[in-house]
Write a protein that binds this ligand. Sequence first.
Ligand SMILES: *[C@@H]1O[C@H](CO)[C@@H](O)[C@H](O)[C@H]1NC(C)=O
Length: 923
Amino acid sequence: MKALCLLLVLTISSTLCVDKNNFKTCDQSGFCKRLRPFKPEKSQYSLNLDTVIVHGNVLSAEVVTVDIEGEKKNVLWHYALKLTALVDSTFRVELDEADPLYPRYRPELALGEEPTADGLKLVSNSNGKLILVNEQGNKVIITSEPLKIEFLDLNGEKAVILNDNSQLVVEPLRVRREKSGDDDEGDVEEEGTWSENFKSHHDSKPRGNEAISLDIAFPDADHVYGIPEHTDNFHLKTTTSGEPYRLYNLDVFEYDLDSRMAIYGAIPVLYSHGVKRSAGVFWHNSAETWVDVVNYADATVVSSLVNLVTGGHQRRVDARFMSEAGVIDVFVFLGDKPADVFRQYSGLTGAAPLPPRFSLAYHQSRWNYVDEADVRAVDDGFDANDIPADALWLDIEYTDRKKYFTWDMEKFPHPADMVANLTAKGRKLIVIIDPHIKREAGYFVHEDATEQGLYVKDKDGKDYEGWCWPGSSSYLDFFNPEVTKYYAERFQFNNFPGTSKDVHIWNDMNEPSVFNGPEITMPKDCRHYKAPQDGQDGLASFWEHRHVHNENGLRHISGTHQGMLDRSDGQYRPFILTRAVFAGTQRYAAVWTGDNAAEWGFLQASVPMCISLAVSGVSFCGSDVGGFFKYPEAEMMTRWYQAGAYQAFFRAHSHIETKRREPWLYDAATTARLRDAVRRRYALLDFWYTLFYEHSIDGLPVMRPLFQEFPREEETFTIDNTYLLGDKLLVRPVLEEGVTSVKVYLPGKDSHTVWYDVDSYQSYPANGYMNVDVNIAKVPVFQRGGTIVPRKERVRRSSALMAHDPYTLVVALDGQGKAEGSLYIDDGETYEYKSNKFIYAKITYEPSAMKYSFVNEEASYPTRSWVERIVIAGIKNPPKSAKLSQGGKQIPLQMTLHRGNDVLVIRKPTASMASPWEILFTY
Ligand SMILES: *[C@@H]1O[C@H](CO)[C@@H](O)[C@H](O)[C@H]1NC(C)=O
């Protein structure tokens, strides 16, 4: 939805530009300024070899920092190192103070489950080096002095190196010395250690400096990717001459394009890729984080460094993470293919569960549909214009003056009736619930929260008060399990009258956004709940917001998720949309890219932004179609609908002060094209649903970069305007104004891949770049030869009404005349699929037969769907006859040849999808 105050919207001119002064540069963020220039010749950290213990899958040892004065070594500080071997070529490295003054924060909700252990063996301990090996055969070499950890791939080559540039830092927690007046030696502590200022905001830093940093090298890498959310390219750039990439969930009003500034999301996972291998790291930390990147291929930037470190080898990328607090806790993924590292990460943080099917269809939103009559008119507008839609959305104005869990009873006097009218057409309602709570006497949430102590506290321990949509607001402290429980209960149908299982939830502003806070968010010295432990009082009895900031939104949506499950006794799958993002968000919610604008640059940015989120676990991503701020003219609106139809989350949304823009408010030709784009989506809805089912099993991105499927094809490494849906469709949306042709890269030359234009079935060999003519109706989408894609061609008002419609199967043949695909079918909304009420079918085509068989034979679902058409593209030697074999019956089928006789169409095979079948061909 929106950012900052309306006042700004009115006063800022029509060109979009972020007010950068509201947000810190590295130099304005104390720890970043302090750590970034730190590049010692030699690391102070060394491992004490006498303390090494390997037990089970864990190596533990003491690490010390030493200060060398001549012959004398003074130990400065003691640390505990832990190296853990995990399944799937993953290692975890943790470094904490051996005996910290207070516990240091570790995120609690990012990891899906406790990671599974792998075997770990100490192979040798000599010459100051430890060599270990995991079960799969990945070696780890730990050099003791200075400390360096090298992870080797299965070929014995270095894939990931920690502390190669000696930038490991863990600032120890210290007791604050009282300043005595006559302290002549002066306080040697740097200014800023115990407090910092930014603009008019004062950050009391009661624990003092507690930052951490680590450099991570990726030998042989051409590029690194990940660490969303930024508006930069998908491949990350060398940061030497500018700001580092910043990870800090922020509500940035009119955010910049091509920027490394932090915006709403922060997922600290980073992948490397080169022709040799992929690798990756997950920096498990929820504090403000900055990431520097040095790509050795940018020779002008780093030539001296290149020669120094690599002796002239150009292929290597170094990343360096700096966080304000926490412990070093880094997971290392050894790939070695892109799909492996993406899976290794989603295996740790959890793959998104199967979403309700409607949520993959088209959503219509606006800030705001003003009243019940407006909702009814928009709902009817879709029917009158023959455009399918699955959900209407209500932004903050539906509430009684921004009090969540209430309705504005003047404008929405009959919410239950309104919902029933939508559900009669198979549609849903989605309403917004933000985490800030209006401080108003008599508002039950505020009264409960005040009485029960459910709010985040300020630095002095009083309920924190900030400014947000409702005016004076406080913020529920989702780190407290009592708050989550209380909040979850608010979603009970009797606690939120008018809602039903068909009302789903939008969680916005959960960075959290605080209009009058530093950087439009919560002050870092606010206090969050910490589980009480014996003997921990004072500073040890709470977490500061600085420790947990990036995890805040995740806590919020997990409470919503719990509430939505509980309200239906765990029967129905919730749909939640969130703006703040952290590692693990995908287990609860879909994500949109926040408050974009109707500008071509934002349409272009939506693709790399969503691919970056997809490889970071969040496949369910989309941008506000049409742009949130400003008004999209017909061409941009058309291109945005066409692009949105091929992104996972497909929702049109707009700012309250923009001109209305429901699809039928454009000229008739444009409305027809918007209708066509939405229909394209509905035709492929079961394909999307199948992809998300498969994603829930294998954790692989639904929207994926080309190099995931073609990891040795170097041209693909930097392509981020084109992507694949699963391994089957290649999408190159038109993202540019006024173009009549676009360049499309067709990958797979080495594997003789063939691609088929989905509109014409014309086949093209994978010869790299190709020009494709694009009139205003054209969206370049290609089906990969060797695949089968299910479609539903009958247009209805919503996906629910299409549940039992027949399928068209599009078979795109590879060079051997073969193809395969899959299809998932269930009731679309419950958890019955967990008790085997579903169909997951494999569909194969060979010249002799086409087969539809169940992967899981215990499972079944009573679908009435059948096959009404099979289109086989790329056929070289058409069969003479075909017959269907199902349930012991054989039925002869009719076939016709089309185009240049290379497209065979089987009409009305009438095969039922409820049981396996086979079509036999004779020649
Ligand atoms: C529901 O639909 C009926 C029939 O069109 C209409 O009369 C009624 O006003 C609608 N209710 C709401 C709350 O929109």
